[in-house]
Ligand binder design. Structure first.
Ligand SMILES: CC(C)(COP(=O)(O)OP(=O)(O)OC[C@H]1O[C@@H](n2cnc3c(N)ncnc32)[C@H](O)[C@@H]1OP(=O)(O)O)[C@@H](O)C(=O)NCCC(=O)NCCS
Length: 184
């Protein structure tokens, strides 16, 4: 996994568990090799697929390459219910302080139950701990649920108004007051 750092990138944050809004027990932890088949199945059956921003590729071979890219190059967190992945989020932490696109997918039947917010909050903490200054995401303007989740964790809309909207999450502490002069 292409996650830089001397300690594990998730240490101190994962594993954890939550009860979703339907009361289901969801385990949240870093991706492991044994999760591959379950995650592949989640994406093979994922709806909607699409060529537009951030959705899993519809073509089987392209989707398989996309999945291999994520699990080998990115930091991946899974939400797991009864040993089955029901949510996945990924971020490239290998090139901090800048961080490219944030990816998040929740299986149908588990959406709108708080899992996406939980994963996004955890990924934000991990990105910050890893020294990321900024995380970006591109989202369809019509995907108001995703925009709501991203805004809840601190992303703000930026750039022009279009079919796709760019959002960014600034993790660098902003200095609001001028530093006081040192008194000896
Ligand atoms: C977008 C997605 C990641 C969100 O995760 P989730 O687990 O469904 O989201 P949560 O349940 O944590 O939170 C949903 C929030 O949006 C709100 N919401 C639900 N439907 C909404 C809508 N149509 N418009 C605006 N807000 C909406 C909910 O009320 C909730 O907010 P609240 O907790 O303040 O009440 C998930 O639905 C998903 O994977 N969708 C398909 C793939 C996708 O769009 N990925 C993102 C690509 S950038």
């Amino acid at each position: 996994m292409g996650c830089a750092g001397q300690k594990e990138w998730w240490s101190g944050t994962l594993p954890t568990q939550i009860h979703d809004k339907q009361g289901r027990l969801i385990h949240v932890r870093a991706y492991e090799d044994k999760d591959f088949e379950g995650l592949k199945e989640m994406y093979d059956t994922f709806e909607p697929k699409g060529l537009e921003s951030g959705l899993p590729p519809p073509d089987d071979q392209v989707r398989l390459r996309w999945l291999h890219y994520m699990i080998s190059d990115l930091c991946n967190i899974l939400a797991i219910h009864k040993n089955q992945p029901v949510g996945h989020t990924a971020l490239d932490l290998s090139c901090t302080p800048s961080c490219p696109e944030y990816l998040i997918f929740i299986r149908k039947g588990f959406r709108d139950c708080g899992v996406g917010t939980t994963l996004s909050t955890l990924m934000k903490a991990i990105a910050k701990e890893s020294g990321c200054e900024k995380v970006v995401v591109t989202v369809r303007a019509a995907n108001t649920r995703a925009i709501r989740v991203f805004e809840k964790v601190g992303f703000v809309l930026c750039g022009g108004i279009d079919r796709d909207r760019d959002m960014e999450l600034c993790l660098r502490p902003r200095r609001t007051t001028r530093p006081r002069a040192c008194k000896k």
